[in-house]
Design a protein around this ligand. Structure first.
Ligand SMILES: [Zn+2]
Length: 375
């Protein structure tokens, strides 16, 4: 899932995201709450309408950004008080408030309010934090269930591509061969879904306990949070493996905030269904491109006369049209187009990687992909 922090995947327009095949993108609750404000977004019809994006949207709980961006935060049982990184004003996020904001934004998937345990954390600290996340999950669910129908859309009809079905209701589907198939591919959504989040620091037994008790609350999907916070990759994998043993296989399992292309392939092979990361977009704006031949830093002088595309194996619109020499020129000249083109390629590479993973899963053989044959 590409990350669209403030109602935009930085540097890329929505029509290009559709062309790239992005089925779902993220919005960040903390940013949208501070600017332009969730009440304004609700008034304008919700985030889908505001940003003209008919496909799926997921909003995070706001907790992670509070921990990473805001100043003078204070965590209590009630919630987290903090000062805005924009203007220093005081705010309070509680599980109820996070649900209220996410429902107002109108995401399809809403995340429970959790505490991202800092790393490193002593065992007792990780347990205390995990216990609070469990209490906050219950409060999130109670508020969400009572208010989920207040989201700005009351029903969304989604076609197979993820786009809203316009003018095709049950009655208006033409009675002709294939019509049943068209009808079958339309999903009608009446309310968002709330996902629970597993925490527990870097302790496998705490992770397992957090997963068991979150599953007892019966969410339609589960996320594994608090990873990729400075621990080793082996540790990340251990934590994911421990939790996947517990989380039901027939519900979406989402690892938050990962990772490099080779990591997301590994996690998908372990049974993870969803991942999000700012890496492809953020790295692109710093001139770092992910390719089938590894990472390249486009500002490097060696590309000044390189007539090859960023990735000779990539079929994206950037690789089809521009040379490394031109991409390097744009980047070293600080042209805004550099960020656009680099981001489009990196997102294409990530989304192609996941398409390859899905294809391999369909064929029942992930071995080729795991040995590096991504594209
Ligand atoms: Zn490309």
């Amino acid at each position: 899932m590409p990350v669209g922090t403030a109602g935009t995947v930085k540097a890329v327009s929505q029509d290009i995201l559709e062309d790239l095949g992005a089925q779902i993108i993220l919005g960040n609750t903390y940013h949208l709450y501070l600017r332009p404000g969730h009440e304004l977004v609700r008034k304008l019809g919700g985030l889908h309408k505001f940003m003209s994006w008919e496909r799926a949207l997921l909003t995070d709980s706001g907790g992670f950004q509070v921990f990473s961006l805001s100043e003078l935060r204070k965590v209590k049982e009630e919630g987290v008080s903090f000062r805005s990184h924009l203007d220093g004003t005081s705010h309070l996020f509680t599980p109820e408030r996070s649900m209220e904001i996410q429902i107002a934004l109108g995401a399809d998937i809403v995340m429970a309010f959790d505490e991202c345990t800092e790393h490193p954390a002593e065992r007792e600290r990780a347990r205390t934090s995990m216990e609070m996340t469990l209490r906050w999950a219950k409060r999130s669910k109670d508020y969400f269930e009572a208010h989920k129908h207040e989201c700005p859309w009351t029903d969304r009809e989604i076609g197979k591509s993820g786009d809203r079905v316009i003018g095709k209701t049950e009655e208006s589907v033409p009675a002709q061969p294939g019509a049943a198939a068209v009808h079958d591919s339309i999903t009608k959504l009446t309310a968002p879904a709330l996902f629970g989040i597993v925490q527990g620091g870097m302790y496998a037994d705490l992770r397992r306990e957090s997963a068991e008790r979150t599953v007892e609350m019966d969410f339609p999907g589960y996320a594994i949070g608090g990873l990729s916070v400075g621990e080793s990759r082996a540790k990340t994998m251990d934590m994911i493996a421990a939790v996947l043993e517990i989380l039901p296989k027939d519900k979406p399992r989402y690892v938050m905030g990962v990772g490099y292309p080779e990591e997301i392939v590994q996690y998908a092979a372990m049974g993870v269904d969803m991942m999000d990361c700012v890496l492809p977009t953020r790295a692109a704006r710093h001139g770092l491109l992910f390719t089938s031949e590894g990472r390249i830093n486009i500002k490097n002088a060696r590309y000044a006369q390189d007539q090859r595309p960023a990735d000779p194996k990539c079929a994206c619109r950037v690789c089809a049209r521009y040379t490394r020499a031109y991409l390097r020129h744009l980047f070293v000249s600080a042209e805004p187009l550099a960020g656009v083109l680099n981001t489009v390629h990196n997102l294409a590479f990530y989304l192609d990687t996941m398409r390859s993973v899905r294809h391999a899963i369909t064929l029942g053989d992930l071995s080729g992909i795991l040995s590096g044959g991504v594209s």
